[in-house]
Design a protein around this ligand. Structure first.
Ligand SMILES: Cc1cc2nc3c(=O)[nH]c(=O)nc-3n(C[C@H](O)[C@H](O)[C@H](O)COP(=O)(O)OP(=O)(O)OC[C@H]3O[C@@H](n4cnc5c(N)ncnc54)[C@H](O)[C@@H]3O)c2cc1C
Length: 528
């Protein structure tokens, strides 16, 4: 490629200190200064940029809103921000499809579809800012994934730019693509993949073995196989009636009976708040609860929705210490408020005690959930690290935030020991370290423990088939040779220095979950 072509067609590379600092952090634990930042405004600009990167062997870090927690959205290469230039959105009600550019958020898709009686059912809590490109790349999910699965099931086609800079469209049913596995691969995958209801760890060889579609390799590939520029989302009609119940339990062990009982009633969501997080919202609930389940039922009629809530309450009467029901959407929203109260409480923690996502996304077979929660609590006590637990009980999927005092000498050792202990627990229970956030840089080095050496070799084959020059997000999913999950942290004395005002803005953005903020604006000088 001629250098003239690069100058005219690529977006400018922002290599000044302030732009690099503005993109040094995402929602997870890291602060890593990139080499530069690019904000392409079109597929043509992106293809030119990728061709230049392929020619010069410059690593690229694809990025959406930066709300991903596993560190796939930060790195030392050139950050490519796709959250600003790909906003096209159309909805085709007859075919029940939405065509969305990579920058379009879940909330924007649903706002456009709602008037037509349609929705994108998987509902990440980060829907207000998570981009379509980011959701596809992490195989995002939400509370309603219990009934509707992760976003994987709702993707009809992807427009991509591959590692050599070629635009390509990949359809459901379109075939296997550039990776051609050996015939015995299916057997290997069957024997080594976690038997969990959700998984966003590794490349999805299980889904690929099932469908034979490369679409399944690209979904959840965290920017390591291709850029995603446009998505065709499948939509479905909104079910008219909803009802729900909050069930409080005095003993954690009750989950082993309560969750399977609720699953048999076909709920759309079963969310867990453990006592570690309830302690932040105590005033809203009776004292002494070990955990709370928030349950939603969607049905064709109000009578059916209310009827099934009655079944849940009666069936679990012998186990519950607290019951509160809701018979319509506003009532349900009031009931679920307790879930949103915890986040601001966590955000108000003193600056010395930080909420860090290190073991935040484990998912285990549903029958091992009680064991997992108890095991995480026990490991946290042993390692001397305070934790809060909440999440998607119906999927056996639990978010765990660590809350270390980052001014205490040696706090990193406790977190590191907990990371190791919880990984061992996940492996022992047949689980995965990521149900929906992906591996990023954080978990890349765990994959061999989870999937074994043979599957790891398959993951490497996939990467080589798509990105032989290792331009796309190196160190994500496949670990860098010097993988060290707890270095380059955004907290603690060793954090890389950046301009104070940008550090403060990034912290504010994290506290208020304002990930939709264009990150280029953070680089503006204060007062401009
Ligand atoms: C408060 C909060 C709540 C959250 N709740 C949920 C939840 O309920 N469910 C859930 O699944 N996640 C949740 N997340 C995590 C996060 O929102 C999701 O992972 C989301 O899908 C990331 O989207 P993003 O646009 O921010 O992507 P980023 O964080 O920018 O990127 C995430 C990964 O995708 C890659 N990527 C991004 N865009 C592209 C693209 N166009 N092409 C190729 N690769 C790309 C990046 O390289 C990176 O590896 C939450 C996060 C926060 C902060």
């Amino acid at each position: 490629m001629s250098s003239l072509h690069i100058v005219t067609a690529t977006p400018a590379l922002l290599a000044d200190d302030r732009s690099r600092a503005a993109y040094s952090e995402g929602a997870g634990i890291y602060r890593i200064l990139p080499r530069a930042v690019a904000v392409p405004g079109s597929v043509a600009e992106l293809t030119a940029l990728v061709r230049w990167a392929a020619d010069t062997r410059t690593p690229l870090v694809p990025r959406g809103a930066g709300s991903g927690m596993a560190g796939g959205n930060v790195g030392r290469g050139v950050i490519v921000d796709l959250s600003q230039g790909f906003h096209a959105l159309t909805v085709d009600p007859a075919r029940r499809l939405a065509r969305a550019g990579a920058s379009v958020t879940w909330t924007e898709i649903n706002a456009a579809a709602r008037g037509l009686g349609l929705r994108l059912p998987p509902d990440p809590s980060s829907g207000a800012f998570a981009t379509s490109g980011g959701m596809v790349s992490t195989n995002a999910a939400g509370p309603r994934s219990l009934r509707y699965g992760s976003v994987r099931q709702w993707i009809e086609s992807l427009e991509t730019v591959d590692a050599s800079g070629e635009p390509r469209t990949v359809h459901r049913g379109g075939g296997a693509g550039p990776w051609h596995p050996a015939p015995d691969t299916r057997h290997l995958v069957d024997g080594h993949f976690p038997r969990t209801r959700k998984n966003s760890s590794g490349y999805a060889l299980d889904a690929f073995a099932e469908s034979g579609d490369e679409l399944d390799l690209l979904i959840g590939s965290e920017g390591t196989l291709a850029f995603i520029t446009q998505i065709e989302w499948r939509l479905e009609p909104i079910l008219p009636d909803v009802a729900g119940v909050a069930l409080g339990f005095g003993e954690l062990e009750a989950l082993s009976d309560a969750v399977p009982y609720l699953l048999a009633l076909n709920p759309s969501a079963v969310e867990l708040l453990d006592r570690t997080i309830l302690s932040f919202v105590e005033e809203a609930l009776p004292a002494g609860l070990a955990c709370l389940l928030l349950v939603e039922f969607e049905r064709e009629t109000a009578m059916a929705a209310r009827g099934v809530v009655g079944d849940a309450v009666r069936g679990l009467k012998h186990l519950t210490a607290h019951v509160e029901t809701a018979v319509d959407r506003p009532g349900l929203e009031r009931l679920w408020k307790v879930r949103t109260l915890a986040s601001p409480a966590l955000a108000r923690l003193s600056e010395t005690r930080r909420s860090l996502q290190v073991i935040e996304d484990g998912c285990v077979p549903i029958e091992r959930l009680g064991e997992y929660v108890a095991g995480v609590r026990g490991a946290a006590d042993r390692c001397g690290v305070q934790v809060v637990l909440f999440g998607h009980a119906g999927d056996g999927h639990v978010h765990v935030n660590t809350l270390p005092d980052v001014t205490r000498p040696g706090w990193e050792d406790g977190v590191s020991a907990l990371f190791d202990a919880v990984t061992a627990l996940q492996v022992r229970l047949g689980g995965t370290p990521s149900g929906e956030h992906g591996d990023g840089r954080l978990r890349a080095g765990l994959l061999e423990r989870v999937f074994g050496a043979q599957v790891m070799a398959l993951f490497r084959q996939v990467k080589r088939a798509y990105d032989p020059g290792e331009v796309l997000n190196p160190g994500v999913i496949l670990p860098a040779a010097d993988w060290a999950p707890l270095v380059d942290l955004k907290v603690g004395a060793a954090a890389t220095p950046i301009a104070d005002d940008i550090a403060a803005r990034l912290r504010q953005l994290e506290r208020t979950a304002s990930w939709a903020t264009p990150k280029t604006s953070l680089a503006d000088s204060p007062g401009t």
